[in-house]
Design a protein around this ligand. Structure first.
Ligand code: F6R
Length: 242
């Protein structure tokens, strides 16, 4: 992977936003792979600013979120459908019908994974995938032990991940136990991966992803199997790289 050390999230956001604007200019119906969580927020802000400043036509842009909680009531403000609408679709001015999020409704969960895979394939695949990484080393919600060939399916969230995500809920009891997530195999099919990480809490996960052995015990290490990966990290997240 190409590792770019940035000053801060804003600098990383500007770089990724620039790459996405170039892509949309070449391909107005580009397919974006969208992460949630805190890490990509500066990128989404930078992208919204660039789109407004340059008058980029984004009406044809398509998108696929990485994951969704299972079992939150429809319209819950912390469902990733709601987060993607609030942080991405609305500020960027994307066409809501073209932005997909995995279906976390327990009703129909048996075919939700296969449906999502089919939708990504029908769209021609993801052009650029934005990724964060968890303290546990997860990408998407593929926790340690996830097959490197996995596709979109239901997974159980680990306790450290539920603790980390409790900040978005009133208490940890409200953090769902399960999610629907793109698999590592799904993520690896995107044409360009951009992995972002900021802060010391991510340093071990970044070192394992970039320099560790490729292993299902460190899902982030799967990026080493991809021919076109850019890792954007601040000094703190880079601090355990050799
Ligand atoms: C989010 C996702 C996760 C997060 C990771 C980091 O869609 O799939 O892998 O990217 O948990 O979360 P933050 O950015 O909140 O530290």
């Amino acid at each position: 992977a190409e590792v770019v050390i940035v000053r801060d999230q804003e600098e990383a956001g500007a770089l990724v936003a620039g790459a996405i604007v170039d892509l949309i200019t070449r391909k107005p119906d580009a397919v974006l792979g969208l992460a949630t969580g805190s890490t990509p927020l500066a990128t989404y802000r930078a992208l919204a600013n660039r789109i407004a400043a340059d008058g980029v036509d984004v009406r044809g842009v398509r998108g696929f979120a990485l994951d969704e909680y299972v079992g939150l009531p429809a319209g819950h403000p912390e469902s990733y459908r709601a987060v993607i609408t609030r942080e991405v679709v609305e500020p960027l001015g994307l066409t809501p019908e073209l932005i997909r999020v995995p279906n976390g409704d327990p009703d129909g969960i048996e075919h939700a994974g296969a449906d999502y895979e089919a939708a990504i394939t029908a769209a021609g695949g993801v052009d650029i995938q934005i990724l964060g990484i968890g303290r546990t080393g997860h990408i998407g919600f593929n926790e340690p032990g996830s097959s490197l060939a996995s596709l979109t399916r239901v997974k159980t969230l680990t306790e450290p991940t539920r603790i980390d995500n409790a900040r978005f809920f009133d208490s940890i009891d409200q953090v769902p136990m399960h999610c629907m997530t793109q698999g590592i195999g799904t993520i690896l099919r995107a044409r360009h991966l951009t992995l972002l990480a900021f802060g010391e809490a991510k340093a071990d996960a970044i070192a394992a992803a970039v320099e560790g052995p490729v292993s299902a015990n460190q899902p982030g290490s799967a990026i080493q199997l991809h021919p076109h990966t850019t890792v954007l990290v601040d000094e703190a997240a880079a601090s355990k790289l050799q």
